[in-house]
Design a protein around this ligand. Sequence first.
Ligand SMILES: [Mg+2]
Length: 114
Amino acid sequence: MSLRKTFKKFHEEYSQWFATKKPKSILVSALKLGEEAGEVAEAVIAFTGESRNKIKKIFSKGQTPKEAVKEELGDVIVVCLNIATLCDISHEELFESAGRKAKARTQKLAEAVK
Ligand SMILES: [Mg+2]
């Protein structure tokens, strides 16, 4: 499935879910983002093999480190979309803004190496 189709399917399903289960507040979602970012960091540490304890923790959940990174990155995306929705920012606006920023950043880097 293409990225466009995958995102469209996710967006449609997510939007239905969000309509029925709104988080209590933006602050709760912001705190949740911090928690999920920490989980991404733990999974990445396990993925790199830097910590046996992190690897053991992930395997005890029946996951590989790569699966854990994928799951936690997905959690971060969902929380970001929640926060955007609660701030009345459409998902399209969010990705357009991120795309513009990434484009500007890569252009600056390309100019710096000339
Ligand atoms: Mg998580």
